[in-house]
Ligand binder design. Structure first.
Ligand code: NAD
Length: 263
């Protein structure tokens, strides 16, 4: 692997399950990491555990334009530029059919998962152009290539960022900036616990435990388990490093074979 020596990576959703694994791995591989998430205390703790000579942080809501510009500016001020943008912050929303889906939750899911990614690219690309190139990695999902009942907001948002990625890849190629998505199947993080809990509660059946709920997801994954955050982070590392120098405009599954079978 080429590693990330000398590179600066901005990572949103940095204190979540996947973001934390990517932040640690990128720093281990030699990058300076600029961590972005909502909670300042969690960010400080993560930055300290990585080491302040390698990690900085900005508390920001990625849905807000001014805060997005500010986290990009803060990374440039601290590290002198940006080579990698890992647009990873995301929320799952709730589980409901479209007629029952709360409008405000739909709007929030689209704001975080779509607008937040777009704002990161909008303010990140001009800075990355100054470095003469770079890599943008967007966390989509298996939910970005197929539907799921009661997940309309989330699946719509994860499809949308694939379209956004393709547009950005075409716009950015002349500047040497590559743009790709990573598409995980269920991964062992808070987000899957939340989805399992919501599904179990909706079934309102005493026999349905979180374990049985999890089993229904696992049964659809040929490798018969959830992925772990480090397995996703390693694909993010590949796409962020020069090892993937001819890869742009692509959708990279990290899904234990989930997308190989019928959906
Ligand atoms: P997570 O909930 O552990 O992490 C998400 C992080 O995003 C959290 O730290 C949260 O605070 C942050 N965030 C949410 N809204 C934000 C906002 N407005 N501004 C800044 N930060 C915000 O979940 P995760 O599993 O680590 O998810 C990371 C990404 O991976 C998400 O985009 C998610 O949709 C995607 N994903 C997850 C799975 C999975 O099974 N866990 C599968 C496919 C894709």
């Amino acid at each position: 692997m080429a590693g990330l020596d000398g590179k600066v990576a901005v990572i949103t959703g940095a204190t979540g399950g996947i973001g934390r694994a990517a932040s640690r791995l990128f720093a281990e591989e030699g990058a300076r990491v600029a961590l972005v998430d909502l909670d300042e205390g969690a960010l400080r703790e993560l930055a300290q555990s990585i080491g302040e000579e390698r990690a900085s942080y900005s508390a920001a809501d990625v849905t807000d334009a001014a805060q997005s510009q500010a986290y990009i500016d803060a990374a440039v001020n601290r590290w002198g530029g940006i080579d990698i943008l890992l647009a990873n912050a995301g929320i799952e929303g709730t589980l409901a059919t479209i007629p029952d889906y709360p409008v405000d939750v739909f709007d929030r899911v689209m704001a975080v998962n779509v607008r937040g990614v777009w704002l990161g690219i909008k303010y990140g690309v001009p800075v990355m152009r100054e470095r003469g190139g770079g890599s943008i990695v967007i966390t989509s999902s298996t939910a970005g290539i197929g539907g799921a009942a009661e997940m309309s907001a989330y699946n719509t948002s994860k499809h949308a960022v694939i379209g956004m990625m393709r547009c950005a890849a075409l716009e950015c190629a002349p500047h040497g900036i590559r743009v790709n998505t990573v598409n995980p199947a269920p991964i062992e993080t808070r987000m899957m616990r939340s989805i399992e809990e919501q599904r179990a509660a909706a079934l309102d059946d005493a026999d349905v435990t979180l374990e049985t709920m999890k089993r229904t997801y696992v049964e659809r994954i040929p490798l018969r388990r959830y992925g772990n955050p480090e397995e996703v982070a390693r694909m993010m590392l590949f796409l962020s490093s020069d090892d993937s120098s001819f890869c742009t405009g692509g959708v990279y599954m990290v899904d234990g074979g989930r997308s190989a079978g019928s959906r």
